[in-house]
Structures are given as C-alpha cells and as structure tokens.
Design a protein around this ligand. Structure first.
Ligand SMILES: C[S@@+](CC[C@H](N)C(=O)[O-])C[C@H]1O[C@@H](n2cnc3c(N)ncnc32)[C@H](O)[C@@H]1O
Length: 208
C-alpha cells in the first residue's frame, strides 16, 4: 500500500543530505515561535522529525493532507506532538482560505508532481508564508527514461502503468518549478540534486 511505502521510505528521503540542505537554506527562518506547515504530509512522518530537530523552538506545526488513510496516521502522529492536520485538497484554487495567520516555513516533499495544477500549491503557499519566510520543495524532477528504468531493482515491464508513473515522476525540471514559484511570489535561494531524478529547492517569499 502507498501509505506503507511512504512510511518505509521516509528514512531515506529525509537523509543527512536532506537535513544539511534544510539547515543551510530553510532553518534561517526558524524563529523561536516559528509557524511551520507541511503540504501533502502523507502519514506525517516529517512532523515528529522537524519537532525533534528543533527542540528549543516553540513551534506551531501544521500539515495538509487529503487521502483518508494518510490523514488517519498523520492525525494520530500529530496529536502526540501538538500538530494540527488540515483535511484539504491542494489541487483546489483556494485551499488555504480556512488556515489562519502566516507561517515562517512551508515544506512539501514528493507532492508537486502529483497535482493536476501545481501552481495552486505554490500560490496558496505564498499567501500563507510571510515575506522573508521560506519554502522547501523536494520532489522528483525531469530525467531520462533510461535513468528511470535503471533505478528499478528488477526489469520493469514496459506497460501503461510504467509510462504513467514515468510521466508523473519525470514531469517538471527544477527550472519549471522555479518559474512557477517565481510567478507565485517566491525567489529561488538554492537548489541541490541528490541524484538525477530528485531536486531540493529553497525559496524565499518576496516582499517585506
Ligand atoms: C508521495 S506522498 C509524500 C508524503 C510525504 N510528504 C513524504 O514525503 O513522506 C504524496 C502525498 O501528497 C498527498 N496529496 C496528493 N495530492 C493531494 C492533494 N490534492 N491534496 C492534499 N494532499 C495531496 C498524497 O495523498 C500523499 O500523501
């Protein structure tokens, strides 16, 4: 099940390399009472990690998710650490309307490529994040089919399922994401590709 895959793989996703990038480019916005929001949190594995990473911060931690089985785990994780999990659809144009106040940090891991209109995520993130605040986008990025197939442990059948996943996972280049983020009101601070198929992007909310 996708839920279990997300739980099993989170330790590799949120690796030392990931946290090095976070510390350098996102953490400068982590003030003592920072408001932080995770968009498309899945089972919410990132929530206790970010809390544990900054034990001295009186963090007001929020998350957004839509799929019921993900929401259930995220909510039970969130309850234990005082995080608020919102049941919202990131593909709707005004999903942030019911969330009050502004945030210092927004975060979204492996979500943008899944959205029919990823601009809605970025546009609403720009409404939520205060000027000077930071947004971390971590996602798959455009790469050749040869690289996609080479990542599989076994020889993958060249069926419709594979082509569907490939078109989702190799959808946007890092420049594409930055074009959308710029249009939404962010400027790129840094990017890092841990491998040919993934990118970490740090943005700052313009203005202020
Ligand atoms: C690949 S998982 C990543 C989960 C988590 N961010 C992580 O890295 O462990 C993508 C998540 O985005 C959620 N998602 C996809 N489309 C969404 C939407 N329209 N609104 C809210 N969440 C969505 C999925 O339900 C799923 O939990």
């Amino acid at each position: 099940m996708f839920h279990d895959v997300m739980v099993e793989t989170q330790i590799n996703r949120f690796s030392e390399e990931y946290w090095n990038f976070f510390t350098t480019w996102i953490a400068p916005a982590m003030v003592h009472d920072a408001r932080v929001i995770d968009l498309g949190t899945g089972p919410g594995g990132w929530l206790p990690m970010i809390k544990a990473k900054y034990p001295d911060v009186e963090m007001d931690l929020h998350a957004v998710e839509l799929v019921p089985v993900m929401l259930e785990t995220a909510r039970s994780t969130g309850e234990g650490i005082g995080a608020t999990v919102h049941d919202l659809d990131l593909s709707s144009p005004e999903w942030s309307d019911s969330i009050e106040g502004t945030f210092e940090i927004g975060h979204s891991s492996m979500v943008l490529h899944e959205l029919p209109n990823p601009f809605y995520l970025l546009e609403n993130a720009a409404r939520l994040i205060r000027p000077g605040g930071r947004l971390f986008i971590y996602d798959w990025c455009r790469h050749p089919l040869s690289e996609y197939l080479a990542r599989k442990e076994e020889e993958t059948p060249l069926d419709e399922d594979m082509f569907q996943h490939f078109s989702e996972h190799a959808r946007f280049s890092p420049d594409d994401v930055t074009l959308l983020a710029e249009r939404a009101g962010f400027r790129e601070l840094a990017r890092h590709q841990p491998d040919v198929a993934h990118v970490m992007l740090a943005y700052q909310r313009k203005g202020g």
